[in-house]
Design a protein around this ligand. Structure first.
Ligand SMILES: [Zn+2]
Length: 570
């Protein structure tokens, strides 16, 4: 039964509905908004503390959405009860609701892969790594490689790169191949190195990479960036069954931590095909905004076929991921001057600037967004230069290009982001992971412009926040905590690390909601709770805007809703 809306309320409803309307969708010929014939096809959640994360930072106590997953009304409960008398009601007993969180830079397929490997994050010594590897080996069959991810020599008593010999004693026959925490270095045993299809000894180095060698010129076991593929390409592919099982675990982890969206920073066509199959099977409880893995075959395919836009609203590929340098931890980040703790070494550019510019040009010419991985101040400058040159040649490209990480900048380059409309896609937990040693690498001067969220935001740039999982942990609350405190979860250092760069709660949560949506061209449908948008939201056990900042990491997600459907419940 439809119910007539009092006139005053109709006007209010029209006004609210049109917050998210595009001009051409305005209801100018249709002044009365009709309540749908079957009002039971709505859910009304009331007695909640709702942060809508709209531009005005509104709060509300109730939300109504249709069963098709569209938000109809956010505000006070009284008019909603009258408008939607037959809606299914849920009393939230004062719990907090915020929009579903969106990680604007992560690796979902990488998380799935890593869940099938030995998890070495948090290991405190080589012995600790070997103990974890032995545990993991019990689940392997005879021919499997022993793969792992997450070691970090900076967390060990002796902060030096390990060698093959460290692994050979325990694993003389089975190939062992272990990616460093940042994914920019790998450590292999002799059995793995023997699988390379070329002789690794001598004094040569591959393009954009580095092989560590002993005095005799033999590869000693650690490979940086462009050198990793020398051994890495011999690693057998995961079976489709193992990949699907691991993807289940990865998706489960995401929704249980309140993520309703992720920007996948580098996906192949094969990964895209897996996701599409899962969407058809109804087993994909998230939204993926995907970037290609470089300017190769995936970009060629996109240029020919256009952006991937799945009707489900769960998959969108319109973006090209490029890389200009490596990571700070492995000294692969390209700096303008030498590392402060390694004279003569200023890191590596993956390719000459003109090659990057040609790739950017190709992507922009095909109409796509570009996101360039840049860590060092030289890497960032080269990325900004390439974007600046190419943007001016492609005025029809929709823009919103991004620098992924934008980690170490110079004072001169910070204002270029806002001026060029370039989004800084940053990961707050990178700062709190790196703060123990970053100043050693960079010195007291350069570090002022590292992880400089506040400076970028104040310059007028768009920020989009993320985690870079599985490099960092998946939990977005850790990112919000790092953004507002610049402290680790133990509260170190007191007052925060370079605390002039902290964000407010509102800015941090917006970085994981509306600003992340903007970076993926999705701000019209997700990122805030407003009429006309998708009902993607999460229920928290504590109020993320009010509790003590030190408690943010312990916030639990109680429910995750996607498209108005409860996809996870604690
Ligand atoms: Zn990444």
């Amino acid at each position: 039964m439809s119910k007539k809306i009092p006139e005053k309320m109709t006007l209010l409803l029209v006004a609210l509905l049109c917050v998210a309307c595009k001009p051409e969708e305005a209801t100018k010929n249709d002044p009365v908004v009709e309540v749908p014939a079957s009002a039971t096809e709505h859910t009304l959640i009331h007695n909640a503390r709702i942060y809508t994360m709209d531009q005005g930072f509104s709060t509300a106590d109730s939300i109504v959405f249709s069963n098709s997953g569209e938000v109809r009304f956010v505000g006070n409960v009284e008019p909603m009860l009258e408008m939607f008398p037959d809606a299914k009601q849920i009393d939230l007993q004062g719990k907090t609701i915020i929009p579903g969180l969106i990680d604007s830079h992560a690796h979902l397929a990488g998380l799935a892969q890593s869940l099938a490997q030995a998890q070495l994050q948090g290991t405190t010594s080589k012995e600790d790594v070997i103990r974890k590897l032995r545990e993991h080996e019990t689940g392997l069959s005879e021919d499997d490689w022993l793969l792992g991810r997450g070691w970090d020599q900076n967390d060990w008593p002796v902060q030096e790169f390990p060698s093959s010999a460290d692994l050979d004693r325990e694993f003389p026959d089975r190939p062992v191949w272990l990616r460093r925490i940042d994914g920019h270095a790998a450590w292999g045993n002799s059995a793995a190195l023997a699988m390379a299809d070329q002789d690794l000894s001598g004094d040569w180095q591959p393009q954009g990479g580095h092989i560590y060698r002993d005095e005799k010129g033999q590869a000693s076991g650690v490979f940086i960036d462009g050198a990793m593929s020398l051994v890495g390409k011999a690693v057998p592919e995961m079976s489709p069954e193992l990949m699907q099982a691991s993807l289940d675990l990865a998706l489960q982890q995401m929704v249980s931590l309140g993520l309703t969206g992720v920007h996948e920073a580098g996906a192949s066509l094969q990964v895209l095909a897996w996701y599409q199959q899962r969407i058809r099977d109804g087993k994909f409880p998230t939204r993926v905004y995907a970037m290609t893995d470089g300017a190769g075959e995936t970009l060629d395919w996109l240029c020919e076929n256009g952006a991937v836009i799945d009707d489900s609203g769960r998959l969108y590929m319109h973006s090209v991921k490029l890389y200009i340098d490596g990571a700070l931890g492995s000294r692969g980040a390209a700096l303008l001057t030498d590392y402060s703790d390694d004279a003569g070494n200023s890191g590596l550019l993956f390719m000459p600037p003109e090659v990057l510019e040609a790739m950017v040009d190709k992507a922009l010419g095909c109409g796509f967004q570009v996101g360039i991985h840049a860590i060092g101040d030289r890497g960032n400058r080269v990325a900004l230069d390439a974007l600046e040159a190419s943007i001016s040649r492609h005025p029809d490209n929709p823009g919103r290009h991004r620098v992924e990480h934008a980690q170490i900048l110079t004072a001169a380059d910070i204002p270029r982001f806002a001026r060029l409309g370039i989004i800084a896609a940053m990961q707050p937990t990178h700062a709190t992971s790196d703060m123990y040693w970053a100043e050693k690498r960079l010195g007291a001067e350069r570090v002022q412009y590292a992880y400089a969220w506040r400076s970028l935001l104040d310059s007028g740039a768009h920020l989009a926040l993320g985690s870079d999982f599985p490099v960092e942990q998946v939990n977005p609350m850790l990112g919000i905590h790092a953004a507002v405190t610049r402290q680790d979860i133990k509260g170190w250092p007191e007052g925060g690390w370079y605390p002039q760069q902290v964000l407010t709660r509102e800015e941090a949560v917006r970085g994981f909601t509306l600003d992340a949506a903007y970076a993926g061209f999705m701000e019209k449908s997700v990122g805030s709770l407003e009429p006309g948008k998708r009902a993607d939201f999460i229920v928290l056990d504590k109020d993320v805007m009010q509790i003590d900042a030190a408690e943010i990491p312990s916030i639990r997600v109680l429910q995750t809703w996607l498209d108005g459907e409860l996809v996870w419940k604690r």
